[in-house]
Design a protein around this ligand. Structure first.
Ligand SMILES: Cc1cc2nc3c(=O)[nH]c(=O)nc-3n(C[C@H](O)[C@H](O)[C@H](O)COP(=O)(O)OP(=O)(O)OC[C@H]3O[C@@H](n4cnc5c(N)ncnc54)[C@H](O)[C@@H]3O)c2cc1C
Length: 235
């Protein structure tokens, strides 16, 4: 079956912004957790979050967590798991779960090329399925039969602290990132912003969040447009 990539926010720290605000206040206060918590109304909490984001006091963002169920190709799971710090992964095993009924994702550029390109792509996946199943029938274990599999769909649970999400968004929301990982990162950003809008008010690709582009000659040029649109930065 053909599927679409997705990321679903499945759990997160209760009142994620409060946890961060308490941690930030605690650094400069004689009070403890409970007293600080009770002293922070919505306005004070918002002011604190804004201050730590402006100051770059990002270690306080590590006190709050967000878990996602991600459905993507193995092309993209490989990119996601390169991020090592402040994140935990559990991914469906190809040793213990047979892939005889695997699903897969068709890249948009192949779809937009028309039915002939789609047919070539599908044909490859279906032939791989056939070979994989033939190997299983011969008693080859899934951990070895999987060597013939292309980038089939996989499922992961990935849990990040807010600081590591900032890092993910800066790398993968960028137009230079590959389309599937970018779509997933964008969807994750939208979902965490819905539950913690202040906390993620400065998150996104570097051009969106900081008004800079680290890509040099490889830049997509968007920063120039961004500057022009905002009219408040030197391009
Ligand atoms: C557009 C794009 C293209 C890419 N192309 C390639 C490619 O062609 N080939 C390739 O191999 N990868 C590629 N990558 C992956 C990239 O190199 C990183 O592995 C990945 O983005 C994870 O980033 P990270 O290491 O900063 O994250 P994390 O592992 O989460 O690390 C976060 C930060 O912690 C610090 N840190 C972590 N580990 C160490 C350590 N051992 N020592 C010192 N400091 C550490 C660093 O400051 C690091 O930035 C690409 C990524 C992007 C976004």
């Amino acid at each position: 079956m053909i599927v679409e990539p997705s990321a679903e926010l499945i759990d997160y720290t209760d009142d994620p912004e409060m946890n961060v605000a308490v941690a930030a206040r605690l650094c400069y206060s004689e009070k403890g957790n409970q007293e600080i918590r009770e002293s922070l109304d919505e306005k004070k909490k918002a002011d604190l979050i804004k201050k730590i984001l402006d100051l770059g006091h990002y270690s306080t963002l590590e006190h709050t967590f967000f878990s996602f169920h991600i459905v993507c190709s193995r092309v993209t799971s490989h990119q996601l798991v390169r991020q090592r710090v402040g994140v935990a992964y559990s991914q469906r095993s190809q040793r213990y779960v047979k892939e005889d009924n695997f699903n897969y994702i068709i890249p948009p550029k192949i779809k937009s090329k028309g039915p002939e390109a789609v047919a070539v792509f599908k044909d490859h996946y279906e032939k791989s399925r056939e070979t994989y199943n033939k190997l299983l029938d011969k008693g080859i274990p899934p951990e070895d039969a999987r060597f013939v599999l292309p980038a089939v769909k996989t499922n992961l649970i990935a849990s990040y602290n807010a600081r590591s999400l900032y890092h993910l968004f800066s790398l993968r929301c960028c137009t230079r990132a590959q389309w599937e990982v970018r779509e997933i990162a964008r969807s994750m950003l939208e979902q965490v912003r819905a539950v913690a809008p202040l906390l993620f008010s400065k998150a996104g690709s570097d051009c969106e969040a900081k008004g800079i582009c680290p890509e040099g000659d490889l830049s997509c040029g968007r920063i120039a447009n961004f500057d022009n649109l905002n009219g408040d930065k030197n391009g």
